[in-house]
Ligand binder design. Structure first.
Ligand code: CA
Length: 236
């Protein structure tokens, strides 16, 4: 389960605040990535595909709102803005650009964790990823427990990486339907750079291996060559 933790990217130039948030989040079971500038944050976002971004607006190289715009061009990843700015207009413009929530510094641990849980729960991203409380999915002897982000076959847990899990969960949300490479890439990685189909195929090959199915065997997941993949539906 260790590699199935939610991954949060914290972009904040003040060391004290950044370290405080990192410590709180790690203590509470989140995986944390950090950046101190807009540019670093941008690089981290596109290379690590976090589940949520916490973002300071007053960054040394650029205004944080530039990053909100850049992320929203390609991804629905929830973003919580952290700022010392307190006017309504600042909040409205951050939200209009696509931020999910807004926190004014200073804030306490309880508020921080509550807002993160809410953003993960409410975001379209988490709905797509199947983070619906109490939900399960089954096809044949394969079962997905969305709460625990766990896939099992015949009761035996399958160890998937976070990306592999996200792909399987996404396909299951649309069971019976073929999702195109582009759709899967956009929803799982956030950005659709041309090199990514290969990346998706590599992940799919690993998923098949872990699920114990041969490449030509359409047991849980169908492979529509040149088009995409689909999760089969239980005909029971
Ligand atoms: Ca700052």
């Amino acid at each position: 389960m260790g590699n199935n933790k939610y991954k949060i990217l914290v972009i904040e130039d003040e060391d004290k605040i950044r370290n405080f948030i990192k410590m709180i989040l790690e203590t509470n079971g989140y995986q944390v990535l950090t950046a101190a500038t807009c540019m670093q944050g941008n690089d981290m976002f596109f290379s690590h595909n976090p589940d949520l971004i916490m973002l300071d607006l007053g960054l040394p190289d650029q205004d944080g709102s530039e990053l909100i715009k850049a992320v929203r061009k390609s991804a629905v990843t929830p973003m919580i803005v952290l700022s010392a700015r307190t006017t309504e207009q600042d909040k409205v413009s951050a939200l209009d650009l696509g931020a999910n929530d807004y926190m004014t510094k200073p804030f306490g641990t309880g508020e921080l964790l509550a807002r993160i849980r809410a953003a993960l729960r409410n975001s379209r991203h988490s709905a797509i990823m199947g983070a619906v409380p109490g939900g399960t999915f089954a096809v044949g002897d394969m079962k997905i427990d969305y709460d625990r982000r766990m896939v099992s076959i015949g009761g035996r847990a399958i160890k998937l990486t976070q990306t592999e899990y996200n792909i399987v969960a996404l396909l299951s949300e649309h069971a019976g339907k073929v999702l195109t490479y582009t759709t899967i890439l956009r929803k799982v990685w956030g950005a659709s750079d041309p090199g990514s189909i290969k990346k998706l195929q590599v992940n799919m090959a690993n998923i098949r291996k872990k699920l114990g199915t041969r490449p030509d065997e359409h047991k849980y997941i169908s492979n529509e060559l040149g088009v995409g993949y689909g999760m089969l539906e239980d005909d029971a």
